[in-house]
Write a protein that binds this ligand. Structure first.
Ligand code: FPP
Length: 247
């Protein structure tokens, strides 16, 4: 039996297996305080630490964080460099704690586009946490759903061309198996902070039946108690997957 520490009103048997976050609003958080945008990202890293801890505490086994999109490469070089530096430091500083707390780190996205330093820290952290099983923390880095799907089509088409795959046998399972997320279940709940109501090229195939939750809270201000109240809301929703539920 998994050890859990749940707040009142949250039931252990209907928790999502996989929660995915679109962490938005770092820039606005900083702007409100007349600070540089990078300060917002730094504060956002604190919210990341918190949400990872909360998932281990509540017993949620999969957490995906949209940390850097393919579109984010178009931000000013200074900001991109600062985000990469922040990521490097996060991995370096948190590694021991992740190992100790049973967190396994994985990553999805065009990892080979990331600076060498980030890839190095990612590799080390993934290697050192590979046998952990309490929480799988998946970082979406240089991630975009459309490019993921283009790569999937190319891989399957290649297989068909080489005669390894029969075109008639291509099905949903095969598509899923050719995405970055092949080893993780689809998200049950997608949460976006900062009041924007878009999915912004995030897990478009995988979130076909996900519950979506939008909050006005800016990512650096996101707390465990708000997370708990979103989970309560989730537990009150009826998931039908397009079917009619029998009374
Ligand atoms: C969106 O806010 C956030 C990002 C583009 C980066 C997310 C990164 C972090 C939370 C920090 C580091 C991550 C880890 C995993 C340690 P925005 O800049 O688009 O905000 P805005 O819409 O208010 O401008």
């Amino acid at each position: 039996m998994m050890e859990r520490d749940l707040p009142e009103g949250l039931s252990a048997d209907r928790l999502p297996e996989h929660v995915a976050f679109i962490m938005d609003g770092n820039g606005r958080w900083a702007k409100k305080r007349v600070m540089n945008r990078v300060k917002g990202h730094e504060k956002g890293a604190g919210a990341v630490r918190q949400v990872v801890e909360t998932c281990t505490k509540f017993g949620i086994p999969y957490l995906t964080l949209y940390a850097f999109s393919t579109e984010n490469w178009q931000r000013p070089k200074k900001e991109v460099d600062a985000l990469m530096g922040l990521l490097t430091r996060f991995l370096r500083n948190e590694r021991k704690k992740l190992v100790k707390n049973g967190v396994r780190l994985t990553a999805i996205g065009e990892i080979d586009r990331l600076p060498e330093e980030v890839r190095h820290e990612l590799d080390l952290t993934m290697e050192e946490t590979r046998s952990n099983a309490r929480l799988t923390l998946c970082l979406a880095l240089s991630y975009g759903s459309r490019s993921e799907m283009v790569a999937m089509v190319q891989k399957i088409a290649e297989g068909v061309k080489e005669g390894r795959i029969d075109a008639a046998s291509v099905d949903e399972e095969m598509v899923s198996q050719h995405l970055f997320t092949r080893e993780i279940p689809d998200p049950d709940l997608v949460i976006r902070t900062s009041g924007e109501m878009r999915l912004s090229n995030f897990l478009l195939w995988q979130s076909a039946y996900s519950e979506i939750f939008f909050t006005d809270t800016l990512w650096p201000d996101f707390t465990e108690s708000e997370f708990a109240s979103i989970l309560k809301d989730y537990q009150g929703r009826e998931r039908r997957f397009g079917k009619v539920l029998q009374p």
